[in-house]
Design a protein around this ligand. Sequence first.
Ligand code: SAH
Length: 368
Amino acid sequence: MTPLERELTAIIRQDGPLTIERYMALCLGHPEHGYYMSRDPFGRGGDFTTAPEVSQIFGELIGIWCISTWQMMGTPGEVRLVEIGPGRGTLMADLLRASKVMPGFAESITVHLVETSPTLKAAQARTLERSGIDIAWHGHLDEIPPGPVLIVANEFLDALPVRQLQLTETGWHERMVGLASDGESLQIGLSADPLPAALVPDWAAGADVGAIAELCPARDAYCRAIAERLATAPGAGLFIDYGHSISGTGDTVQAVRKHRSVDILHQPGNSDLTAHVDFQRAARMFTAAGLNVYGPITQSRFLAGMGLAERLDILTKRGDARRRMSLRSAAQRLVAGNQMGQLFKVLVATHPDVPEPAPFAQMAEAAK
Ligand code: SAH
């Protein structure tokens, strides 16, 4: 039993079963035993690998996107470059290095990282030390001073806890984590009482018995905070994540440990838990706040549109054959349909005064 599992069973014994949302929130964010709080989970020796950890080109192309969007914003002399959930800081380091090519950009930005994990904050500080740029850390987007912003988030929105509702013959019930008959091991069950109909999203109407619908109040709140921010000052947000383009039913909560998919109740606090992002919902929230929304498009289309092939050509002009091969196979991993290319989607939201950003403007032009 993990220390968190001991704590969870004690809570359940005292207060009854936990919603999936509370379970996920504790597994990821428990101050002492939460998955992100005490470890660096990335890379080969860790549990999973994210796009910036796969290839430097990922962060570099996001750097190009930032420069190009900054130009679309009219090259403001003061812009806050914000990353939410920066992991090891690798994306930001690659972004900052690549954006040096643009005169004036580095002088115009201040860098703000939004992170809740003390361990990862320390990792980010180490990674970004070499950039020589001052970094400000925040616990929430709300803490960042007003003004023009560029917001970037890769695999952040999927780390926020979801509620799961399941349809039975007696209506929609909340999926809960309780205790099995041995009084010790965790087990998934359903709330005894059906949930009020008003809670069930319209896209879940007509679902079959057994269907699962996910709601993510924390993600909604974050999208609202981002929308408010982008509606009040010139700026843009770039969101990259696992997810679906159209809202729909399905159980998308997954646990990963040592690069393997495991049961979500397996070793609580020691495995990463994520849920797919409902991009349609996020897009609707941004649109409702008056923002322009582009996408979602696949990561593969986004990276191709931002010049992945050209960047790869430049990088593979230097170095030996082995380095060239490893650069190519890493880039391939980012865009391959059976790897990160299709499942990951990219959504962009901008202040209404900002013209259509890259690569959407170029894609629209090419389609004419
Ligand atoms: N973007 C990074 C890391 C993705 S993992 C990459 O692509 O490699 C998710 C990140 O979000 C971690 O840095 C985690 O600590 C952070 N995170 C999780 N919940 C958060 C919250 N509520 N607020 C801010 N950061 C959070």
